[in-house]
Design a protein around this ligand. Structure first.
Ligand code: SF4
Length: 302
């Protein structure tokens, strides 16, 4: 199999089968400081593009043996919207996908283009990155091709939201000393409220990145998520903070925190200290907090 990879079992999406549109080399018009791929000069296109037919044959073969995955994720060793046959690919995927949902992961660089917007509306879920909202910070963190302007990405996102009926997820990745200033955080939150995504994923550097950059702690991310109130924020918890950094909350703080965003038992174990975990269990017993069971997870909410 040349173009498909996985499947991976993701907590949010279930069994996800990936399609890599640029398996031979990184093809991205950004060169983000936090990229988990190798450093590379940004490029405007994917060299040696795959044929749609070859990708679809691989997907069909996978489905024949393994059944339908929960999600088919279109990605690239770089930026998937640089693929010139993306529109035909999504049409074909929609023809064969059965009950699977389609998802694309994009850096948003092309979202101002109305043809790209039209193509992306054919996906069930679209996840786009937005790490900064002013050109200076954008250049610092995403190191995009010079002609790419973050104001165009923002404008494109607003236009796209109006056209797109599926789930729009915006990912904000914060890097210590680069885009974690209060100014960038509050401005980004304001713009996101104007865009109105279905969900905001707030995260930080996780796996070893291309450049030497530093993550924020889970506690800092949780605190920062407070600036995004009114939005459906999902803090991507790494669970890698040291024991000393685990968070201690009062009962009142626990109720407020899970009211803002439901947490899984795993999140609670990773993030909070023992006393706080015990308080959570007590509040569940008392009926102050409740369990919400979905097909894949049990969440704690208020
Ligand atoms: S947009 Fe994605 S693939 Fe491109 S440089 Fe940034 S992190 Fe890497």
């Amino acid at each position: 199999m040349k173009y498909i990879f996985g499947p991976v079992n993701s907590r949010r999406f279930g069994i996800s089968l990936g399609i890599d549109l640029s398996p031979e080399s990184k093809s991205c018009n950004f060169d983000c400081l936090y990229c988990e791929l190798k450093k590379a000069e940004p490029v405007p296109l994917i060299k040696r593009e795959p044929e749609v037919e070859d990708i679809i044959t691989e997907i069909k073969n996978y489905i024949e043996v393994n059944g339908y995955p929960d999600v088919i994720t279109v990605t690239a060793n770089g930026e998937p919207t640089l693929y010139s046959k993306l529109d035909s690919l999504i049409d074909e995927l929609n023809r064969i996908k059965g009950n699977s949902k389609t998802l694309i992961l994009s850096n948003g660089s092309t979202i101002k283009n109305s043809e790209i917007q039209k193509t992306l509306t054919k996906f069930d879920m679209v996840k786009i990155s937005l790490d900064a909202v002013d050109q200076k910070t954008f250049r610092k963190i995403n190191r995009a091709l010079k002609e790419i302007q973050v104001k165009d990405i923002i404008q494109g996102l607003k236009e796209f939201r109006k056209k797109f009926r599926g789930e729009l997820i915006i990912e904000v990745l914060l890097v210590r000393y680069v885009n974690d200033s209060l100014e960038n955080i509050t401005k980004t939150a304001e713009i996101l409220k104007e865009i109105k995504p279905d969900r905001v994923d707030l995260g930080t550097v996780d796996r070893p990145p291309a450049y030497r950059v530093y993550p924020l702690t889970d506690k800092e991310l949780i605190d920062i998520s407070g600036y995004f109130s009114g939005l459906n924020v999902n803090v991507i918890i790494r669970g890698k903070d040291s024991i000393e950094e685990k968070i201690s909350l009062s009962e009142e703080q626990i109720i407020k925190t899970v009211k803002r965003r439901p947490y899984t038992y795993q999140d609670i174990q990773n993030l909070f200290d023992l006393q706080t975990v015990q308080k959570v269990h007590k509040l569940i017993k008392q009926g102050v907090l409740k369990e919400i069971k979905t097909q894949k997870e049990t969440f704690i909410s208020a």
